[in-house]
Design a protein around this ligand. Structure first.
Ligand SMILES: N[C@@H](CCC[C@H](N)C(=O)O)C(=O)O
Length: 290
C-alpha cells in the first residue's frame, strides 16, 4: 500500500539536503533508500540527508536527550554515515524553526559529533558552535593527476585534509576522491579541501566530500580550512588569547569562521528551506529493492 512520507529540501551555501522529519524514528532509511532520495536524476537530489528525530527516540542519541531534544541523523548522499555536517546543522535548525519546534535564539542540536550549540539570528543567519579542531601529527599528501601537495590533517568530528594550492583549477574535475597518503592517516576516508588565499583573513576553497563527491560547500571543511590557515599564518588563539576569524568563500557562498581563545570554533552562514513535498513509499521501496 502506498503511503506518503513528508520531506523538505534545503541548503546552506548550496550544500543541499533532503530533510526527512521523523520525530519518533519510525521510518526505515537504509543506505540504498538514502542514496535513492539523494539521486539528482531519479530521486529528489541532495548532497546528503537530514533525518530529523527526537533524541529520546534514537539509540545513538538517547544519552544526549536531556541536553538536546532533537538529533540530526546525518547521512551522506551515497547513504554512508558521517559524524558531523556543519552546513547540515544550520539547515536542521532552520527546519526546526520553520516547523515551530524552536524559536529564534539559542538551541541545542544533538549530532554524532556531540551536542552543538546553535544560534538562530533575527537577520536570518545561523551560527553553530562546532567544537574544537584536532590536529593529528604526521605528514599527509594529496594528489590530483600529476600534482601533489602536503596537506594538514584536521579533525572536526569528521576527517579533513587541507591542501594549499596556487589555483583552485588545479583540483581538476574532482569526479573521484583525490588519492592521499599514507593510507593509515584516514582509515575511514577523508574530505579533501583545496585552498587559495584571497587576502588577509580571507580564503576560498573547493572540496571533495567523502560520500558525496564535489559539493558547493562543506561547513566542517570550512572550519578545518580556517584552522589550517590560522596555523599556517602563525595564529594560535589558544596560545595568544587573540581570536582568529576567517572569511571562507565556497563555490556556493561565504561562511565566517572564528576560532576563540578557548579553542571553540564558531561558524556563521545562511540556511534556507526551498521546498516541501511527499515521497511515495511505493517508489522508495522499489528504488531500494525492498
Ligand atoms: N557537508 C558537510 C560534511 C558532511 C560529511 C562529510 N561528507 C563526511 O563524510 O565527513 C558539512 O557541511 O560539514
Amino acid at each position: 500500500m502506498s503511503t506518503r512520507i513528508a520531506f523538505l529540501k534545503g541548503h546552506g551555501t548550496e550544500n543541499d539536503f533532503v530533510i526527512v522529519p521523523d520525530p519518533e524514528n519510525t521510518i526505515d532509511l537504509p543506505p540504498a533508500a538514502v542514496a535513492a532520495l539523494c539521486d539528482r536524476r531519479a530521486g529528489i537530489g541532495g548532497d546528503g540527508l537530514l533525518h530529523v528525530v527526537r533524541s529520546a527516540a534514537h539509540p545513538e542519541a538517547r544519552h544526549m536527550a536531556a541536553e538536546a531534544e532533537w538529533f540530526m541523523d546525518y547521512r551522506n548522499g551515497d547513504g554512508s554515515i558521517a559524524e558531523m555536517c556543519g552546513n547540515g546543522v544550520r539547515v536542521f535548525a532552520r527546519y526546526l524553526q520553520r516547523a515551530g519546534h524552536v524559536t529564534e535564539g539559542d538551541i541545542a542540536v544533538a549530532t554524532r559529533g556531540g551536542v552543538k550549540a546553535v544560534h538562530i539570528a533575527k537577520d536570518g543567519d545561523v551560527t553553530v558552535g562546532m567544537g574544537r579542531a584536532l590536529l593529528p601529527e604526521g605528514d599527509v599528501t594529496v594528489s590530483v593527476g600529476e600534482r601533489s601537495w602536503p596537506a594538514r590533517n584536521v579533525n572536526m568530528g569528521n576527517p579533513h585534509a587541507v591542501a594549499f594550492v596556487d589555483d583552485l583549477s588545479h583540483a581538476g574535475d574532482l569526479l573521484s576522491p583525490p588519492p592521499f597518503s599514507p593510507a593509515a592517516a584516514y582509515p575511514d576516508g577523508v574530505n579533501v579541501e583545496f585552498v587559495i588565499d584571497r587576502g588577509p583573513g580571507h580564503v576560498a576553497l573547493r572540496v571533495h566530500e567523502r560520500g558525496s563527491g564535489e559539493t558547493r560547500s562543506c561547513g566542517t571543511g570550512a572550519c578545518a580550512v580556517a584552522v589550517a590557515t590560522a596555523r599556517r599564518d602563525g595564529a594560535d588563539p589558544a596560545a595568544t588569547g587573540v581570536p582568529a576569524t576567517y572569511t571562507v568563500d565556497v563555490p556556493g557562498g561565504t561562511l565566517v569562521i572564528t576560532e576563540r581563545p578557548d579553542g571553540e570554533i564558531e561558524m556563521t552562514g545562511p540556511a534556507v528551506i526551498v521546498a516541501e513535498g511527499e515521497i511515495d513509499s511505493v517508489w522508495l521501496e522499489s528504488a531500494t529493492g525492498a
